[in-house]
Ligand binder design. Structure first.
Ligand SMILES: [Zn+2]
Length: 285
């Protein structure tokens, strides 16, 4: 714990909350901080952000509430790490990283994104339940990464070992694109998606129609052996056929005329750590 001086109020509150969060991660939940720095710093960073959001929403600290993903800054820091080519897998013990930069951005930012992105994979409800159950089951013990992911598998009913293995054991990144949108001869719309990065993920695809209606399509990943439920009751939600993780592309057909569609967007909640969001939106004029 190191709370340095000469800080502005928000920064001082931020670091203080962060250090307090370590009372949970990794004190009560006694993870091995040398072996799994991301379960210590990443989870504490995540908890810090949650607490700061709450303090802001109650007007107890200055700052406006974010309109989209409040973790955008952590996602951006993680993306910088990938582009720097200095990234090392999070299985690297804390004192064996080649650079302090890779240790810091990896453990704190990529570690926090691990949780926020997991919420995207399994859905808000299962994620919240899983975080509470993880605490109940593992307080005053020494959980490792498998213990954590097993809890999340049980609350979601989904296989998640692939998520932990790709995110923690490799430096593969997530990058999806809307490759092609076209009208079919039968008056429907064909959409071709492309997995550009090596890490496979389930896809949320928001279709906005010109009449103002919206529909969220969910493409589960086949290795999940299932899909998340709808997260927003007000938004029509449709689960499509799962995407085999080895396939670089995926095609789907909408029962709608291309001229009736305004926009198609991958991951409207911005919880997917997609490195290039420019190719996530397709607008039809
Ligand atoms: Zn810390």
């Amino acid at each position: 714990t190191l709370i340095t001086g000469e800080r502005g109020l928000s920064s001082l509150v931020g670091v203080s909350v962060h250090e307090l969060m370590h009372s949970w991660y990794q004190m009560v939940l006694g993870t091995n901080e040398s072996l799994y720095a991301w379960m210590d710093e990443g989870f504490a960073t995540y908890a810090e952000e949650e607490v700061l959001l709450e303090l802001k929403s109650e007007g107890l600290i200055p700052g406006s509430l974010p309109t989209e993903n409040s973790y955008d800054a952590y996602y951006a820091n993680y993306a910088d790490l990938v582009f720097s080519r200095l990234e090392e897998p999070l299985t690297t013990p804390a004192d064996h990283f080649t650079t302090n930069y890779a240790y810091g951005r990896g453990s704190y930012d990529k570690g926090a994104v691990f949780l926020q992105q997991l919420e995207y994979v399994i859905g808000r409800q299962a994620f919240a339940k899983g975080m509470l159950r993880y605490f109940e089951l593992w307080k005053f013990k020494h959980p490792n990464p498998n213990d954590f992911i097993r809890v999340m598998e049980k609350v979601s009913g989904l296989e998640l070992d692939w998520y932990k293995e790709y995110w923690i054991q490799t430096t593969h990144f997530v990058e999806y694109a809307i490759d092609e949108v076209s009208a079919t001869s039968k008056g429907r719309t064909k959409i071709k998606l492309e997995r550009v990065g090596r890490m496979p993920m389930p896809i949320d695809l928001l279709v906005t129609y010109k009449d103002g209606s919206r529909q969220l399509l969910n493409i589960p990943l086949r290795i999940m052996r299932g899909s998340k439920p709808a997260e927003e009751s007000s938004l029509p939600f449709l689960v499509l056929e799962d995407w085999p993780w080895t396939n670089p592309t995926y095609e789907l057909e909408l029962q709608a005329d291309l001229n009736d569609i305004e926009q198609i967007e991958i991951d409207p909640t911005r919880r997917l750590a997609d490195l290039n969001r420019q190719n996530n939106i397709y607008q039809i004029n």
